[in-house]
Design a protein around this ligand. Structure first.
Ligand SMILES: [Fe+2]
Length: 255
């Protein structure tokens, strides 16, 4: 059963997104995109929390719903989702939540952990010494977030016609190109940073690299079950190095 508190939080979140969408007029589709992404991340987090037996579920579910709340003010002010060209949307979201009553139903420590998880959900690494509950919430949000970003970007990569530069980060659309250092980083089991990407195929390599490094087994099962590797590699050029990487990622994902 969905607790009433969560139902109310969801309806307030949707109302909030609606306010931004209305103010943004014809640019509203980018607010709707993040609203729907947040709702899907929330549903994915519920699957991970259930699969891993994490309890109580409520702080995880609230954080997953609100993790991208900073995207709305970010897009309204800057017209982009690129943090490196605007603000860090995790920090923006944490500040937003600290100044709102959205989390008033939580006791102080849980509330603090949710805000901390929202702040850190988009950072390259989770810092050492983070509160254990905040870290656990953050790991679920990061897994669920990645699981939903892949199909959103894939749908834009697969669409005919000009790419949506907001979703594909304005990267060069060169079907046969990739950046050797990005490929090497993924082959070595690393996780390139967004700033290392030059073209859309680099982005596909980055997304593929996420599968095996998802924290929870339930998350890796969802990544594998949804066929993300096949869909990403179908976009990449035929090349022996890329083919070998695909096989290696599939093996690591199933491990
Ligand atoms: Fe985010």
């Amino acid at each position: 059963m969905i607790p009433e508190v969560l139902r109310r939080m969801r309806s307030r979140f949707v109302g909030l997104a609606g306010g931004y969408a209305e103010r943004l007029g014809e640019r509203r589709e980018h607010i709707v995109l993040k609203r729907d992404h947040s709702l899907r991340v929330h549903a994915l987090a519920a699957r991970i929390v259930a699969g891993e037996g994490l309890a109580p579920a409520l702080p995880f579910l609230a954080a997953s719903l609100l993790h991208d709340i900073g995207r709305f003010p970010q897009f309204e002010r800057f017209g982009t989702y690129r943090d490196d060209e605007s603000v860090d949307h995790g920090d923006e979201g944490a500040a937003f939540l600290e100044g709102s009553d959205l989390l008033d139903c939580f006791a102080g420590p849980d509330r603090g952990c949710i805000v901390q998880a929202v702040r850190m959900h988009n950072k390259r690494e989770i810092p050492e010494g983070m509160d254990p509950l905040a870290k656990s919430i953050c790991e679920v949000v990061r897994d669920a977030d990645k699981l939903d970003i892949v199909p959103v970007v894939l749908s834009k990569m697969q669409a005919a016609g000009p790419r949506d530069p907001v979703v594909t980060l304005g990267l060069a659309d060169e079907p046969l190109a990739w950046t050797p250092s990005v490929l090497e980083a993924v082959v070595a089991g690393g996780n390139p940073s967004y700033k290392d990407l030059r073209c859309i195929n680099d982005f596909a390599l980055l997304l593929a690299s996420w599968g095996p490094v998802l924290v929870h087994r339930s998350s890796r099962r969802i990544f594998a079950g949804r066929g993300y590797l096949d869909r990403l590699f179908a976009l990449l050029p035929a090349d022996p190095g890329i083919g070998a990487l695909r096989a290696d990622l599939a093996r690591r994902l199933a491990a």
